[in-house]
Design a protein. Structure first.
Ligand code: NAD
Length: 406
């Protein structure tokens, strides 16, 4: 069971965990870090009032994380499954108590327009298929939650945003770290000035890709993934640098190294490292690879302290280390089911009870930055201007609250 945390308790917990001196000097930041009163997403809804989801694509993430997460969801329920494998779809539906009418194929996808059980379509397909199935769902009158990265091209991302506007439906990109307690804790400490002015962000996100698995074979294909490790893991680091600093980079420079004799890297790059320059003067160093040891870490170095999250973006078991500050070195952070939380947040967006934290434009910003990184790397580190005027509409740290215990 998770308990909702009151605004006051969250405020006290954050104050207790941060430097008293730094906190005292940042009264304005303290009030800004308190989640908005509009946040309703720990409400448990009766079954009949839960928002119904169709899960599109029954692969590793859908089967191992998303469908099991409905057991922990408070305002969201599984309503349908969409798959190209009828036997698998029937099995998954039966295991989850869904009737045969809740099983869809890609061919009869549009039938969901007349299915009131489905309010949100959650796209969990290979990246290159996100745009088509998002747009088809929007045209069928459904809201869409789409996995990251939102698409493989900027044009597709723009078309998805336009389709949502035209259909007057919500499009949210599934950045689960926006709802993850450790990431939120780091954001709040940075906003509160607990480590002084943030100077450097470092993000390293990658692993060894296994081309013999169905989920990695498409990730190693440029057409299907839109960028190999950068599109799969690097995007977490790009997004993290932006939400940790709560500002947008104005310039990027990047390098890559790829061993073309490695059969995994016929069309995608292996190791990519980049640097973002931010208006505040902060710099972010990022790296990603599909040929280095599994790493999902980030750190923020400020004038007076350092916040290290290693691991910082796993589904569970993330760990925060606070350096250069009084107080706990490894503060206990609650663990939650991030997928349940993210779907419940989407459900509250649909209900009009929570603000949209990651609209299509948020995913598009990462697509643009991924392209700038690839372009710079292709030109041997040439600097590329990235100030396109995008500003995050809602700071997750200002609105997403966390439970006291999971
Ligand atoms: P996967 O390969 O395991 O699943 C993809 C599904 O799409 C499979 O069921 C596959 O059968 C189906 N599919 C339909 N047409 C296909 C085609 N032409 N080629 C290949 N597969 C096809 O991949 P996954 O790991 O479940 O990833 C799915 C999406 O979820 C990706 O966009 C990925 O980036 C995202 N993802 C997000 C997280 C997260 O933490 N938010 C984690 C893992 C994956």
């Amino acid at each position: 069971m998770t308990d909702p945390i009151s605004r006051r308790t969250l405020f006290e917990m954050t104050v207790a965990g941060a430097s008293a001196a730094a906190m005292a000097s940042s009264a304005t930041a303290q009030s800004a870090q308190r989640p908005a009163a509009s946040s309703q997403s720990w409400t448990t809804y009766p079954e009949g009032e839960k928002v119904g989801y169709a899960i599109v694509g029954l692969g590793k993430l859908a089967l191992e994380e998303i469908i099991p997460a409905f057991k922990h969801a408070r305002g969201s329920k599984l309503a349908a499954v969409v798959s190209g494998d009828p036997a698998k779809a029937r099995r998954v539906a039966a295991e989850n108590g869904l009737p045969a009418s809740a099983v869809y194929s890609y061919a009869d996808y549009e039938r969901m327009a007349n299915d009131p059980r489905i309010q949100v379509v959650y796209i969990v397909l290979p990246n290159s298929m996100h745009a088509e199935y998002t747009i088809r769902a929007l045209k069928a009158g459904k809201h869409v939650l789409c996995e990251k990265p939102m698409a493989t091209t900027i044009a597709d991302g723009e078309a998805m945003i336009a389709a949502a506007k035209q259909a007057n439906r919500k499009l949210m990109i599934a950045y689960r770290c926006h709802y993850e307690p450790l990431n939120l804790e780091v954001m709040r400490r940075v906003r509160a000035g607990s480590i002084g002015k943030p100077r450097m962000v470092v993000t390293n996100m990658g692993r060894q890709a296994d081309p013999n698995t169905p989920w990695d074979s498409w990730r190693l294909d440029m057409g299907m993934s839109g960028g190999g490790a950068l599109a799969d893991m690097g995007v977490y680091g790009i997004n993290a640098a932006r939400y940790l600093l709560n500002e947008e980079p104005t310039e990027v420079t990047a390098w890559s190294y790829t061993d073309r004799s490695d059969p995994r890297f016929k069309t995608t790059e292996d190791l990519i490292a980049w640097q973002f320059r931010f208006p505040s003067g902060a710099i972010a160093n990022g790296s990603t690879s599909f040929a280095y040891s599994a790493t999902v870490s980030f750190q923020v170095i400020g004038e007076t302290g350092r916040l290290v999250a290693d691991p910082g973006a796993f589904y569970g078991g993330n760990r925060l280390t606070v350096e250069g500050q009084p107080g706990e070195r490894n503060p206990q952070i609650v663990e939650i089911d991030q997928f349940a939380r993210e779907m419940d947040w989407m459900s509250d967006v649909v209900r009009g009870k929570a603000p949209m934290v990651a609209p299509g434009e948020e995913g598009l910003q990462d697509l643009r930055l991924m392209k700038a990184i690839m372009d710079s790397a292709a030109r041997g580190g040439a600097p590329i201007r990235t100030d396109w005027g995008y500003r995050r509409p809602v700071d997750p740290a200002a609105v997403v609250d966390v439970p006291r215990r999971a």
